[in-house]
Design a binder for this molecule. Structure first.
Ligand SMILES: C[S@@+](CC[C@H](N)C(=O)[O-])C[C@H]1O[C@@H](n2cnc3c(N)ncnc32)[C@H](O)[C@@H]1O
Length: 196
């Protein structure tokens, strides 16, 4: 099964499991240094789990993308009258010629099975000195257990945050790593001197 089909099927009941804003999401926004001048790219936004947390910081703009049409439609519906948000049904790897201050990947990292390709794409889409944050609102054991029920061709096992973050070193100064039983995050700034 491909990713798009899988998540199109999950979309109808996805929000049954997604709770409202919590401390994990506030922490992600805080550690990502999101403020009023920030243009965010929310990669794999799903139905918009991070939206409320962004809104509290009144960022300049949020571009939210998801390759599942049904997930993106649900996300778009939540912010249809809010000019702060643009929701697009799009694959991350199709985005060209755009630059962001901050890129957030929440609860989706294992789905990017080619990590080198992901690192390069994120580096390409971030402004020099821009920040990437990869996070999960649960610990690695819970995430890996959850993903053992996802078709293996569309997911990968999550390593410790420290080990996962090593592959990002080529383009990013990873300055924050959190790896507890209830929260997983690593975050860093793009090197200004490193070209793609
Ligand atoms: C587990 S869901 C999480 C969604 C949301 N961030 C949340 O926390 O509820 C992962 C999402 O990643 C999306 N996705 C996976 N690969 C993607 C890609 N290359 N580009 C855009 N979206 C992608 C899927 O369509 C799916 O909706």
């Amino acid at each position: 099964m491909d990713l798009r089909t899988y998540f199109d099927r999950m979309a109808e009941h996805w929000d049954d499991e997604v709770t409202s804003i919590d401390e994990a999401r506030r922490t992600i926004v805080f550690l990502s240094e999101i403020g009023e001048q920030t243009h965010i790219l929310d990669v794999a936004c799903g139905t918009g789990a991070m939206f409320e947390a962004y809104q509290e910081k009144r960022p300049k703009h949020v571009t939210a993308i998801d390759l599942s049409e049904k997930m993106a439609a649900k996300a778009a519906d939540k912010v249809k009258n809010n000019p702060m948000f643009e929701v697009r049904c799009e694959d991350l790897f199709q985005i060209q010629d755009e630059r962001y201050d901050c890129i957030v990947i929440y609860n989706a990292y294992p789905l990017f099975t080619d990590k080198k390709q992901l690192v390069k794409k994120v580096a390409e889409l971030l402004k020099a000195d821009g920040r990437v944050t990869i996070a999960h609102g649960a610990g690695k054991e819970v995430i890996n257990l959850h993903h053992s029920n996802v078709p293996e061709e569309i997911t990968s096992e999550l390593l410790s945050a420290k080990d996962e973050s090593k592959i990002w070193d080529e383009y990013f100064d990873i300055d924050t790593v959190v790896d507890t039983s209830g929260f997983y995050l690593f975050s860093g700034k793009r090197y200004t001197t490193k070209d793609i």
